[in-house]
Write a protein that binds this ligand. Structure first.
Ligand code: FAD
Length: 475
């Protein structure tokens, strides 16, 4: 049944005239990949998916949407975890940036690159590498997520420990505003104190304040050497102390430090072809750590080895392996990055929580939340992994043999409320890196202070008074 407002067809026809036949999809079968989110939880309807080829086209399309009060859902690679990138409500147009995928400029001496928002993250990394530079943002979805989506979710990933979140990797932005005007803030400056830092408003805004069409990104020296270790640790306290020890030995050459529970590894071994347990014995917890340096080869590996030996002596590590080649390092990282996919393949109900607390409080949080969950839900399996170095855990409760259809809404609320209430007691965040989207609209109301919500609403109202940008998401 078509639930679109009556004038939507006319708006779509006017948009089609702007973007041409290459730039619009209206066949429901072809729209399918754009209206369902990556996790397959949120499914919307849309009168059209619009795929503009330039900022001018985005501006013209958004201008038409503003004139006709047609809601716009900006979309990148549609790998987001909170349902923010798919339509929710009648008559919402999906605006995909996929055709705007050009690297505009690489300035190696300034350590910057300018890219269109639809560039796939892996292509951005490759373009930086071709200029002998590093763009450090890296995450499991990098083969399909787009830099515009990374910016709009302030994506984290595995290198936050050393380089920061996406927010820290940006110098300039170009944004199409909700009235169709273009703000060109494509500056390549490391110092610019000329009033409010407007770009930061759009970073992490999940498409609710405007459409990001291009960005100037920071580049870094490319590591000449990297070393990767997979280590078994007896418990999360040991992992935390191992991080401190590694930093004592290797300073800020520690670029990534991931915690993985054994049942995550079991899921990967079960569902991801070509994977194998890196160690012989079974251990409760693992750490995957990366070191990187802009020079030295063997020295880095030796340093890691010495640090791990010290950790073995201190009983922080039970066993460990250091990758002997890039291929081995990639294989170890594949295990970590495949955990979400493996968890999806396991029959059962997974309640996901992307949370953060102060790094030092991670072990206590894991303990407390587990006891509380087991109390509520005897037999629950806690599938816990994440960026321990950033205090960010994917703290998931898994109930085998249970399905979304028979898991009651009450049950879901009980589990998530329990986890987020403990996060709140730890002064943590109920959404460390995935954002709010549709999935956490209730939580933002529950856990943010009225003052904070009011400030956010004031900004939204000022910048998007007709509420056409991704309505229903975040606030
Ligand atoms: C296997 C896997 C691993 C992941 N690992 C991580 C991880 O380690 N860290 C992490 O932070 N995330 C991770 N994610 C989540 C996801 O990949 C990130 O949130 C990513 O940044 C989303 O990018 P995207 O291009 O797919 O955006 P989309 O999903 O298309 O959109 C996300 C949000 O951004 C908005 N948006 C997209 N493009 C624009 C634009 N040009 N202008 C304005 N708004 C826009 C959308 O409206 C939506 O609100 C992972 C996802 C998967 C599937």
């Amino acid at each position: 049944m078509n639930t679109d407002p009556p004038d939507v067809a006319a708006t779509v026809a006017r948009i089609a005239a702007v973007v041409g036949p290459q730039g619009i999809i209206t066949d429901p079968r072809d729209m399918e990949p754009y209206i369902v989110d990556w996790r397959g939880i949120y499914r919307g309807v849309a009168p059209a998916v619009v795929r503009p080829a330039s900022t001018a086209e985005v501006a013209a399309v958004v201008g038409l949407c503003a004139e006709t009060a047609t809601p716009v859902v900006p979309q990148g690679g549609n790998t987001g975890m909170c349902g923010a990138s798919v339509p929710h409500g009648a008559g919402q147009i999906v605006l995909s940036l996929a055709r705007m995928n050009r690297v505009l400029d690489v300035d190696a001496l300034n350590n910057t690159m300018a890219v269109q928002a639809g560039c796939v993250l892996a292509d951005v990394q490759q373009a930086a590498a071709a200029a002998d530079r590093l763009f450090p943002l890296s995450l499991g979805a990098e083969g399909s997520c787009q830099i515009g989506g990374n910016l709009s979710t302030n994506a984290g990933g595995v290198n936050v420990l050393r380089y920061g979140n996406t927010r820290d990797l940006v110098l300039g932005l170009e944004v199409v505003l909700p009235d169709g005007r273009v703000w060109n803030g494509m500056r390549s400056l490391r110092k610019d104190n000329t009033g409010y830092d407007l770009k930061q408003l759009y970073i992490g805004a999940e498409g609710t304040l405007g459409v990001i069409t291009a960005a100037v990104l920071k580049l870094f020296s490319r590591p000449a050497a990297t070393a990767t270790a997979w280590a078994a640790v007896p418990h999360p306290d040991a992992a935390l102390n191992l991080l401190a020890l590694l930093r004592r030995h290797c300073g800020d050459r520690v670029t990534a430090f991931e915690l993985i529970s054994r049942n995550c590894l079991d899921l990967v071994l079960r569902h991801i072809p070509g994977t194998r347990d890196p160690l012989e014995a079974i251990h409760e917890w693992y750490v995957l750590a990366d070191l990187a340096d802009s020079h030295s080869g063997h020295a880095l590996r030796n340093e890691l080895e010495i640090a791990l030996e010290a950790a073995l002596e201190d009983a922080l590590v039970a066993d460990a392996v250091i990758a002997e080649s890039e291929a081995q390092a990639r294989a170890l990282w594949r295990m970590r990055e495949s955990i979400p996919e493996a968890a999806r393949a396991e029959p059962g109900m997974l309640y996901r929580h992307d949370v953060s607390v102060a790094v030092s409080r991670i072990p206590a949080f894991i303990r407390e939340a587990r006891v509380a969950l087991e109390d509520l839900f005897p037999g629950v399996d806690v599938i816990c992994f994440g960026h321990l170095g950033d205090g960010n855990l994917h703290y998931n409760a898994f109930v085998s043999g249970r399905y979304r259809s028979d898991a009651t809404a009450r049950e879901a609320h009980d589990v998530t409320d329990l986890v987020y209430d403990i996060v709140q007691q730890y002064r943590g965040s109920f959404s460390a890196e995935h954002g709010i989207g549709l999935a956490k609209v209730d939580e933002i109301r529950r856990y943010k202070s009225p003052v904070e919500i009011e400030l956010m609403r004031t900004l939204k109202q000022a910048l998007d008074p007709r509420n056409i940008m991704n309505p229903g998401k975040v606030l």
